[in-house]
Ligand binder design. Structure first.
Ligand SMILES: [Zn+2]
Ligand SMILES: [Zn+2]
Length: 367
């Protein structure tokens, strides 16, 4: 059997190629991909940024947020993963070795011998290691999560951003019932953090964004967010973002999650907004900018917990899939676009434009 895939042989290039689907080993499985989510980092990868930093190599099949159906599975994988043929699963990109000092020290996501779907060159083994393809070969130690019945694959790809929402806002941020939570930024990650805060029982949730992202702030409102603030379009007489957000929240925040890219001032705003003893989660990369202008003394004098976050623990993915299956919140509102496999590039460009919230790639039905 042959499988079509979109291969990136170098910076800025994506081309369709065919691969031979291999015989599956005892600890492996073959996944027929039904949808793969597009991530903001896919744009960086396409432009060549990830290879430059050593994260990825060429040629590569990108796509690290796959959802698909198990069509073949070895006996050992079936036993360990608890899934069988026909099951729709969400796949974690990182496959840890489970034996290095990081893995055995509880820092699995920083595994020294990690294998990653979407970043491993096609010159290794079967080559079918990326989500922008018809099939994906699942290796031993892969972490798969069953998708609840009734959730469509292209919506199930929200397991990734929603998983981050739960991981960053609830597990790392400590959001619990009755909390007042501020999420800075209304991209897919910011909206996912707001959803997680709501699901965790927060009493008040406020989300900030730019006026050009008003349609995303409207989605936030439909997902149960109490108030939204346009940081570049403040209410009349309101001197600054902190004053506007505090007014919308009705006081100090217990938790502030900063998902804004580049905006260093957002960290200063978060420190100003949080109550003494509260938690500030820093999730947005700032493009190498330093923290000049941030009030370090306030961190000390308010005894603030400042926590960085990167990627997602399995717990977050499980919460995300549970929420998707429950139908409790209309989280499918976050999914805005679906594109076919041949249009991966268009999908990646679409996500980096302001009108898209979440985009998935769906391989066309093979004739
Ligand atoms: Zn990603
Ligand atoms: Zn390891």
């Amino acid at each position: 059997m042959r499988a079509r895939a979109m291969v990136q042989p170098g910076p800025g290039v994506l081309e369709e190629r065919e691969f031979e689907v291999p015989v599956i080993g005892d600890g492996e499985a073959l996944l027929k991909i039904e949808a793969t989510g597009i991530c903001g980092s896919d744009k960086t990868q396409l432009d060549g940024g990830l290879a430059k930093s050593g994260w990825s190599a060429y040629p590569v099949i990108p796509g690290h947020e796959p959802v698909g159906r198990v069509v073949e599975i070895g006996a050992e994988a079936r036993r360990l993963w608890g899934v069988g043929e026909g099951q729709l699963v969400a796949v974690e990109s990182v496959v840890p070795c489970q034996v290095c000092d990081r893995c055995t020290g509880g820092l699995v996501k920083f595994c020294r011998n990690r294998f990653s779907y979407g970043f491993t060159p096609t010159t290794f083994g079967s080559g079918l290691w990326g989500g922008f393809a018809e099939y994906l070969v699942l290796r031993p130690n892969t972490r798969v999560h069953p998708v609840p019945d009734g959730v469509e694959a292209e919506v199930a790809t929200l397991f990734n951003p929603l998983g981050a929402g739960f991981d960053w806002t609830v597990r790392r941020g400590g959001t619990t019932a009755g909390d007042a939570v501020v999420v800075l930024g209304c991209g897919q990650r910011g909206l996912a953090c707001a959803v997680a805060a709501r699901a965790a029982g927060a009493d008040r949730v406020v989300v900030t964004g730019l006026a050009k992202d008003r349609h995303k702030l409207e989605i936030a409102s439909r997902l149960g967010v109490d108030a939204t603030v346009e940081v570049d379009n403040l209410p009349d007489g309101c001197p600054d973002v902190v004053t506007a957000v505090r007014a919308a929240l009705g006081g100090d925040a217990d938790r502030v999650v900063d998902t804004t890219p580049h905006a260093v001032s957002a960290i200063g705003d978060a420190i100003a907004l949080v109550r003494p003893g509260g938690v500030v989660v820093v999730a947005g990369l700032k493009g190498g900018a330093d923290l000049s202008g941030v009030d370090a003394d306030a961190m000390v004098l308010k005894a603030i917990d400042l926590r960085g976050v990167v990627s997602v623990e399995p717990w977050g993915y499980r919460q995300a899939l549970r929420l998707l299956g429950s139908g409790r919140l209309p989280v499918e509102l976050l999914h805005s676009h679906t594109v076919p496999l041949a249009a991966v590039r268009e999908g990646i460009e679409l996500l980096s434009r302001s009108d898209a919230v979440h985009v998935s790639v769906v391989p066309e039905v093979a004739s």
